[in-house]
Write a protein that binds this ligand. Structure first.
Ligand SMILES: [Zn+2]
Length: 153
């Protein structure tokens, strides 16, 4: 059965829910705010555990503009089919991803699975900007092929 990604507009909690659950549960269990469907690719039942892991590993990402920028890089990696070094760079930044990326190694199907989950998370995070217009994330001409910059706080 497929799973639908949802995000709470209040606490920004992300979940992969069953389609039936999506119809009956329209508010967040944690904070009671509205749940929105994240317009992304479909996920399967077997992605749920991995999704939770990637969400918690990337929990520090709270800048919608940065999410939009990373989304472009993820889409590019998905399109190129070669993402091992990109995933390694991401796991440098989010250490929680390291075990997942290590297990994945050179397995392209597994890489794609992580990237598709990241894509959903980034689409959700990129949409959380409260003011101004939504950043155009479909255009790639200003994007770089560099690994994500490591930000010093
Ligand atoms: Zn909530």
């Amino acid at each position: 059965m497929s799973r639908i990604p949802t995000m709470c507009v209040g606490c920004q909690r992300l979940s992969l829910v069953q389609p039936t659950q999506c119809q009956t549960e329209t508010v967040c269990r944690a904070c009671g705010a509205e749940l929105r469907v994240v317009p992304s690719c479909s996920h399967s039942e077997t992605d749920v555990a991995l999704f939770e892991e990637v969400v918690s590993a990337t929990a520090s990402l709270d800048d919608p503009l940065e999410a939009a920028r990373l989304l472009i890089e993820v889409e590019r990696a998905l399109a190129s089919g070669s993402s091992q070094s990109f995933l390694a760079a991401l796991s440098d930044r989010w250490l929680g991803l390291t075990p997942l990326v290590t297990v994945t190694g050179g397995n392209r199907d597994a890489q794609t699975r992580i990237l598709r989950i990241l894509k959903t998370i980034l689409i959700a995070r990129a949409s959380t900007r409260r003011s101004g217009t939504m950043q155009q994330v479909g255009s790639t001409d200003t994007a770089t092929t560099q690994a994500p910059a490591r930000r010093k706080a």
